[in-house]
Design a binder for this molecule. Sequence first.
Ligand SMILES: C[S@@+](CC[C@H](N)C(=O)[O-])C[C@H]1O[C@@H](n2cnc3c(N)ncnc32)[C@H](O)[C@@H]1O
Length: 202
Amino acid sequence: MNSEDPRIAYFDSLAATWDGQEPSEATMTARLSERADLLALRSGQVLLEVGCGTGKTTAWLAARVAPGRVTAIDFAPEMITRARAKGVDADFVCRDVCRDDLGSGLYDVILCFHSFPHFRDQPAALRRFAEALKPDGRLIVMHIFSSAHLNHFHATLNGPVNVDRLPVGDQWRPLLAGAGLERTTHIDSQTLFFLDAVRARR
Ligand SMILES: C[S@@+](CC[C@H](N)C(=O)[O-])C[C@H]1O[C@@H](n2cnc3c(N)ncnc32)[C@H](O)[C@@H]1O
């Protein structure tokens, strides 16, 4: 693991109480269900859930793609240990998306649910996602709040996540282009941030 990223210790320290914190698993999965049209997950898909934490959303995702498979990754070992202990039918792996190889051409969908702002090197993470997607795969970045709400919230926190930000508006275009990706959907409303990207057509 990358022992230099102080976020690992930060999130590890939150793991024991994470399931009791808002938004609850029930709230998050209800919001995922409400946006099933946008997510457009299908039976048989292979999905990578990035920054799964304690797996509050993993069972919901696994049920949507079954008999396809979810690989759920997080760089905080305590988070992964707790997620794995729930016995969800998914593969839980400790990985740092800013540093570790995620494989090539493996996934129909890569979902960053409530995790993207915390990637210390967002361009590097996006390059890995582009490489790990199947040719017609989709990258989804999703939050149940607006970017403005999230970025204000993070600025009020103590600890290393205080500087973490979700890119806004046209900041996404060069960021995605640098990884060979392009936006297909971009919603930034009070109750939903949803960005969908695919490999750029040449
Ligand atoms: C705000 S939490 C959200 C967890 C979960 N998605 C949820 O909604 O309950 C962000 C998660 O992203 C993980 N994370 C942050 N940077 C990461 C990285 N570079 N690689 C893998 N996971 C990372 C953290 O350890 C943390 O568990």
